[in-house]
Design a protein around this ligand. Structure first.
Ligand code: A2P
Length: 316
């Protein structure tokens, strides 16, 4: 398994298990199946509302003794309703308690958008948001760094940050995030963002690498292009005797990104990990490069306000 390296030399497996949309009742067995198959990297978040079940599965696996806590990289994310600086540590501690852990490997600011503290669910009107003045992202970030210094997480980073937002954080003089987790697949290749992150030594994780077909209907656009049914991806899959999903995962790994395909199906969980053995050649990479169409599956619609408080969250 290819590993990517944090600035302090710690490693993270390039392929991890995604748990967004993994329902309670399914996510626990998915995590166990993944660890048994050889995954050593699980991607979680408080808003997935399944961390307690992930925690139960982790403790069952660790109790068996073959896989130890320190063998597994576990990421989680700070939800938007806990951006005020005094709310970060309690949110992280709640996630640790749900996961049954005493530290995380990586904690990310989930979105560059702040909600009113205590807001459950998604905002319905403007007062459900905090303005950037009320909840400066630089202060949220300082609280993330403080949580790391306290040992609650080994690494800290962000998610859904554009170049402009990363630049703004850099301008504040703060230490840069160690990771930026963003939507990334052949229809949204984000070359400029990748180059920026490479230059600043920020690792990148690709989410929704398979097109997240299982997300809620209200998040879907009309006539969405399918990644798994793309003809070019299908031809390359046939050439390698692989599945389209495996080609999408191998492509992400070949670009030096980390990738977190979600599955709750034990056979697909194993298949996705086996993508690690697929070597795409220059022709494959060129063909996939030509598929870029700046298409977002995750459009950030839930974060649009009447006054345009957060503008276009992706700055594009
Ligand atoms: P399932 O959980 O039933 O396996 P993303 O990672 O982009 O969010 O995509 C997740 C979706 O892709 C889920 O619907 C998941 O279904 C499906 N999926 C995961 N692995 C594969 C695979 N190897 N082949 C086909 N579909 C897959």
């Amino acid at each position: 398994m290819k590993k990517m390296q944090f600035r302090n030399g710690d490693n993270i497996d390039a392929i991890g298990l995604g748990t967004w949309k993994s329902d309670p009742g399914e996510v626990g067995q998915a995590v166990e199946a993944a660890l048994e198959a050889g995954y050593r990297h699980i991607d979680c978040a408080a808003i997935y509302r399944n961390e307690a079940e992930v925690g139960t599965a982790l403790s069952r696996v660790f109790a068996r003794g073959e896989i130890r806590r320190e063998d597994v990289h576990i990421t989680s994310k700070l939800w938007n309703n806990a951006h005020l600086k005094d709310d970060v540590e309690p949110a992280l501690k709640k996630t640790l308690s749900d996961l049954g852990l005493d530290y995380l490997d990586l904690y990310l600011i989930h979105w560059p958008v702040a909600f009113r503290p205590g807001l459950e669910g998604f905002p319905e009107s403007e007062p459900d948001f905090l303005t950037p003045d009320q909840a400066p992202i630089s202060e949220t970030w300082e609280a993330m760094l403080a949580a790391r210094d306290q040992g609650l997480t080994r690494h800290v980073g962000v998610s859904n940050f554009s170049i402009r937002k990363l630049d703004r954080l850099a301008a504040s003089g703060a230490e840069m995030p160690e990771m930026n987790q963003v939507e990334l697949h052949p229809y949204l290749q984000q070359d400029e963002l990748l180059a920026w992150c490479r230059e600043h030594d920020v690792l990148v994780t690709a989410y929704s690498p398979l097109g997240s077909i299982d997300r809620p209907e209200e998040m879907k656009g009309e006539d969405e292009p399918s990644l798994l049914e793309n003809e070019v991806i299908g031809e390359i899959a046939e050439k390698h005797g692989a599945s389209p999903a495996q080609i999408l995962i191998a492509w992400a790994v070949a670009r030096d990104t980390i990738v977190i395909p979600k599955s709750t199906n034990p056979q697909r969980i194993r298949q996705n990990l086996e993508s690690a053995h697929i070597q795409l050649d220059a022709t494959d990479m060129d063909r996939i490069r030509s598929l870029d169409r700046h298409y977002r599956y995750i459009g950030g619609n839930a974060f649009r306000t009447e006054s345009g408080l957060y503008g276009n969250i992706f700055d594009d």
